[in-house]
Design a protein around this ligand. Structure first.
Ligand code: COA
Length: 173
């Protein structure tokens, strides 16, 4: 049975051009792509869930078969709730591979009927991470080539909070 719907889960704190590349590839492969923004209890996001969802909705508004939602709890339960069978993730470097395969195997154990499908994220964006972008934005670095314009604006508006985050890292917190 062909799978028409895929779910691309992530923290998206914030969404980068690398994420956009994965979203575009997913939208071209599946009839419907749900970009699912996670609460993520293992990270302390800079942007609230509402802010992350709002940014994602705006930057994907030109993609007719993409919708943005948020979820709490296990990703497999959320995908099952949508009657989905596919989790989409992007692979950039070898360092992603270990984490991603670990997650894919764990999800397969929880839900054997759900398959994780990987797309190779574009090489141009392979070195970007949301953490690096948050750090550069806090230090007034030009991040405009790494994130959609709207995200760059929102990061600038968060400058104060970003500086606090970098200082906390500096103190090893
Ligand atoms: N280009 C650029 N950067 C990318 C990228 C790409 N193509 N793909 C990932 N990244 C970066 C992000 O910027 C982020 O960087 P950061 O860690 O410095 O912030 C990092 O890689 C990963 O972020 P993201 O893609 O947003 O996903 P995530 O790894 O934070 O998402 C969930 C993890 C939400 C999918 C996972 O925790 C989950 O499923 N949670 C729900 C609970 C659950 O079911 N847990 C069991 C899972 S086995």
């Amino acid at each position: 049975m062909p799978h028409r719907l895929a779910v691309y889960p992530g923290t998206f704190d914030p969404c980068t051009n690398g994420h956009m590349d994965v979203i575009r590839r997913g939208a071209a492969l599946f009839e419907q792509l749900v970009v699912a923004c996670a609460v993520n209890i293992s990270k302390t996001p800079l942007f609230s869930l509402e802010e992350r969802v709002d940014m994602l909705k705006r930057v994907t508004s030109d993609l007719a078969n993409v919708r943005v939602e948020s979820f709490t709890g296990m990703v497999v339960d959320y995908v099952r709730g949508l009657n989905g069978k596919v989790i989409l993730r992007g692979l950039r470097t070898f360092s992603d591979y270990e984490n991603e395969v670990q997650m894919a195997y764990a999800n397969r154990t929880f839900a054997p009927e759900i398959e994780t499908v990987f797309v190779c994220a574009s090489l141009d964006e392979s070195f970007i991470s949301s953490r690096l972008i948050r750090e550069a934005a806090a230090l007034d670095g030009d991040i405009s080539s790494f994130v959609p314009a709207l995200v760059a604006e929102r990061l600038k508006a968060k400058a104060g909070a970003l500086k606090g985050e970098v200082e906390r890292h500096g103190k090893g917190q």
